[in-house]
Design a binder for this molecule. Structure first.
Ligand code: ZN
Length: 287
């Protein structure tokens, strides 16, 4: 009996091992990269990782972020469906791999020039096995403007928010804002405290961006569906209220673990997701 049990458990763990390795191999196999026309020259691409913004027209393509390396070919195929022109420029809203993964593909195979804030290049360069082809070639401190496809594209840095190298991109004429990871629609945001991010800086950055847009602006969040100013205000409100709640408990002498145990108010539970759970969000707000 014992032997049978042992065999069964070995078979089971083997099955688990195989299915997990198959899963790892094919993590992106079933991902489709889909495009949506939003306004003017601008499209939004959704696959896995950060949403991609695109300006497409006679002057070529400019893309904002490029998701994971494994999706590069699929992204290129979807872009080719939008326009036969060349992908000339890539802007990275920050250094995280789900926004910069296809950099090397676009610089090597499409001869695109990569733009980002100075600190994006610094942080990507610090990686141990970084392919130099993935590094931004043009870096800036405050920002840069592109004049193409009959529109003006404003790229500007926001200090210490999600990371220390965040940029947002405003497509002026169609009035579309790509926030990078300064917006997770209806989800708790990830704030990378170990890479120069900060909760108060994040709040300031969101307030700055909200001050630039109105009810007619379309908002491409870093993660989540296409949004508007009302959605972004709801997000800011959630951050401010949960931050005040956690800081009040901390001021009253509660430990981080005790606040985690107590949890947030019921109305915020739906903002939790697999990467930033309620616990992780509380720990971010407490620090
Ligand atoms: Zn990010």
């Amino acid at each position: 009996m014992k032997k049978i049990l042992q065999k069964t458990s070995i078979a089971l763990s083997l099955a688990a091992l195989m299915s997990s390795s198959v899963f790892a191999q094919g993590r992106f196999d079933n991902v489709e990269v889909k495009a949506q026309a939003i306004g003017g020259s601008v499209h939004m691409l959704v696959g896995a990782g950060g949403n991609i913004g695109v300006s497409a027209g006679p002057d070529g393509l400019l893309i904002v972020d490029d998701q994971y390396a494994d999706l590069a070919e699929k992204i290129a195929t979807t872009l080719a469906d939008i326009s036969k022109e060349q992908t000339r420029y890539v802007i990275n809203t920050h250094f995280h791999g789900d926004h910069t993964g296809s950099n090397a593909f676009f610089s090597k195979h499409k001869k695109a020039t990569i733009f980002a804030h100075d600190n994006v290049r610094v942080r990507l360069s610090a990686g141990e096995e970084t392919d130099p082809a993935m590094l931004p070639v043009v870096t800036y401190d405050k920002g840069v403007k592109f004049h193409m496809n009959g529109e003006t594209v404003h790229v500007f840095h926001l200090a210490n928010a999600h990371t220390d190298g965040d940029s947002a991109v405003w497509f002026e004429q169609p009035d579309i804002l790509h926030t990078g990871d300064l917006f997770f629609k209806d989800w708790f945001p990830f704030i990378d405290l170990n890479s120069g991010g900060s909760v108060t800086g994040y709040i300031t950055a969101v307030e700055t961006l909200l001050g630039m847009i109105d009810g007619g602006t379309k908002v491409i969040p870093g993660h989540g569906a296409l949004a508007n100013k009302g959605d972004y205000e709801r997000f800011l409100n959630m951050i401010k209220q949960t931050y005040a709640y956690v800081q009040a408990k901390k001021a009253a002498g509660m430990s981080e673990d005790d606040v985690v145990k107590a949890g947030l108010e019921e109305k915020w539970k739906s903002w939790s997701w697999n990467f930033i759970t309620e616990e992780r969000w509380i720990r971010t707000l407490y620090k």
